[in-house]
Design a protein around this ligand. Structure first.
Ligand SMILES: [Zn+2]
Length: 175
């Protein structure tokens, strides 16, 4: 069902209104979609129906629906045929004129079709954290053994120079 977007200029308000990506999950406060620029098979997004910018602005109802959405989307990821998903995604009408390199790349990954070994879950909460659309979208990213050479540190690696646990010893402070 499509509705009028809350903010017609906001991409995720358009998604929430049912105007673009098909929903893979819905509850009272959130909906889930598969990202059309996947970095790994099953890369999904959880988006509040309301135009909420930050995770820290979710109201109590939304907060109580948040984990239900994360669990629900994971369930869909683990029961979806990823080969089918991405082959069909290549043929979506609204993506016709958009780059599809990410979809083509995940279709060639050796672990496509395997059950995820782990998850990275989170959001870029603000422009300085790398967000490009100011409507909250929580990333549920399935992880597979071997998807990066050395996964140690995970999210720490978004600040690569300071991510390593075993770098040179920090300079002594005081004495
Ligand atoms: Zn919005």
């Amino acid at each position: 069902m499509t509705r009028t977007p809350q903010d017609p200029d906001c991409y995720f308000c358009r998604v929430a209104a049912g105007l673009t990506d098909p929903f893979i999950f819905e509850n009272r406060s959130f909906l889930g979609i598969f990202d059309t620029h996947p970095v790994n098979p099953g890369h999904a997004l959880i988006i509040p129906r309301r135009h909420v910018v930050s995770l820290f602005e979710l109201n109590e109802t939304e907060q109580s629906d948040y984990f239900d959405a994360i669990h629900g989307v994971r369930r869909v990821i683990e029961t979806t045929d990823m080969n089918d998903l991405y082959r069909n995604m290549l043929n979506r009408d609204y993506l016709r004129d958009r780059p599809k390199g990410h979809i083509e790349t995940v279709l060639k990954l050796p672990f496509l079709g395997k059950r995820p070994d782990a998850y990275t879950v989170g959001n870029n909460d603000g422009r300085a954290a790398g967000r490009s659309i100011d409507h909250l979208h929580v990333i549920v990213l399935p992880r597979y053994a071997g998807d990066v050479e050395d996964p140690r540190g995970g999210i720490r690696n978004i600040i690569p120079d300071r991510a390593k646990y075993h770098g040179p010893a920090p300079a002594k402070v005081g004495g």
